[in-house]
Design a protein around this ligand. Structure first.
Ligand code: MN
Ligand code: MN
Length: 418
């Protein structure tokens, strides 16, 4: 990726795309605009471009984060970071796979949502466990066999391929196993910011921390059997690849023991909920996938030059995971604060509940990301939709626009604009 600000002495905040389009004439125009705007009544928050930075630089990070290092002149105040990357998270490497997490410890704004990125080799298990948070998952690579028990004793067992989701309610015991030929990698999203992979209820640890005489009585096992069981956590461990899904379902009790609730959903296979020149959105919330009650996901593709429009969500915070491309997001918060940061594949973004935001594709390939809401429904308000469903005079009085100008604003909620 080439440096979007090759001449640091004349840094003017422009998106990477606009920079290449604008050239040096555009730079001069933008500089004039910035200085003129600074003197306009009502635009005192727009500062002139004075971000000369002649000293040392981490060139790789600067090139990857142009909007953080040279914020748009519209940024104001400090929200704290809305970005973190799994590439910077501690990676717990085990025999059979690995895991890393981005929680509120890494991304302090994210008090409602945390995420885990995990790899399981073919056959390897994430040990049977449960936890205090609900778990929403998206398969990034390969496929996984999952199991989850209902309180009524029925069990759900399924194979989830790339682009598929699963959801495990808080406290429901479950397993994840990598399938052939090369296991799987997936994203887990939890409905608590302080969730930690290190704080889950593991089968092995409960066994290890229960008096043997109680285990004998409860499990009806003798000392020989007890001596075989693990004395420390398994967490992630290698195992033989399982047989067919049908065989596993029969082994778990057959049709009469199979859950009537589905805990998986093929989100990537669904027709886009919204499709336009700017991109597509697949909304995998509780409408097509009823099981999740606390988390709702959408898969967004923004074409080059496109924009996930200015919007906000009335019903919860938003946690994002970027799968491909490059983009930037500005988050607008009170009082009058705004922060713009850049996003690449494997990065996490966060938007506090109610905060306004947009996501712009700043590259020349599709920008693909997951929007995960701390809610069971994906609900948003579009700025365009709001402005066009008010009396024109009301909008004119606020924004100093002519009625004809207001009528050029798209009237419908498009989600992604070209
Ligand atoms: Mn889990
Ligand atoms: Mn959003």
């Amino acid at each position: 990726m080439s440096n979007p600000y090759p001449n640091k002495a004349s840094t003017v905040p422009l998106s990477r795309r606009n920079f290449f389009a604008a050239g040096s004439a555009g730079l001069a125009t933008a500089a004039l605009w910035a200085s003129a705007a600074a003197q306009e009544p009502g635009t005192a928050h727009v500062r002139p471009a004075t971000s000369s930075d002649p000293g040392q630089a981490n060139a790789s990070l600067e090139n990857e984060n142009p909007n953080s290092n040279t914020p748009p002149s519209t940024d104001r105040g400090d929200l704290g970071p809305t970005w973190y990357s799994f590439n910077l998270a501690h990676k717990r490497v085990e025999n059979g796979g690995w895991t890393r997490q981005v929680t509120e410890r890494e991304l302090p704004l994210s008090t409602e949502i945390a995420g885990v990125n995990m790899r399981l080799n073919a056959g390897a298990f994430r040990e049977l466990h449960w936890h205090t948070a609900a778990e929403w998952a998206y398969v990034l690579y390969g496929s996984a066999r999952i199991s989850v028990l209902n309180p009524d004793g029925t069990v759900f067992i399924d194979d989830v391929p790339r682009g598929g989701l699963w959801y495990f309610p808080a406290g429901y015991p479950h397993s994840i196993q990598g399938l052939g030929p090369d296991g799987c990698e997936f994203l887990l999203v939890f409905d608590k910011g302080d969730f930690s992979e290190e704080n889950t209820f593991l089968l092995s640890e409960w066994i290890a921390h229960t008096p043997p005489e109680v285990l004998k009585k409860n499990l009806r096992l003798d000392s020989t059997a007890l001596a075989r069981m693990p004395s420390r956590e398994l967490f992630i461990f290698p195992a033989a690849a399982p047989g067919s899904l049908a065989d596993d379902r029969i082994a778990a009790g057959g049709d009469s023991a199979h859950s009537t609730t589905s805990f998986s959903f093929q989100m990537l296979e669904m027709e886009p909920t919204v499709s336009g020149a700017g991109g597509t959105v697949r909304i995998g919330d509780s409408r097509p996938f009823p099981a999740p009650r606390t988390l709702a996901g959408g898969l967004v593709t923004v074409r080059p030059g496109g924009l996930r429009e200015l919007h906000w969500h009335p019903n919860g915070a938003e946690w994002q995971f970027y799968l491909a491309g490059t983009g930037r997001m500005s988050v607008f918060a009170t009082p009058g604060r705004a922060r713009t940061m850049d996003f690449n594949a494997n990065d996490v973004g966060f938007v506090p509940a109610m905060a306004g935001h947009f996501i712009e594709n700043t590259g020349d390939t599709d920008l693909i990301f997951l929007e995960i809401m701390r809610a069971h429904r994906f609900v948003d308000f579009s700025l365009n939709n709001w402005l066009r469903h008010l009396p024109t005079e009301m909008v004119a009085a606020h924004l100093n626009l002519e009625p004809s100008m207001i009528r050029s604003i798209p009237s419908e909620k498009l989600l992604v604009i070209s």
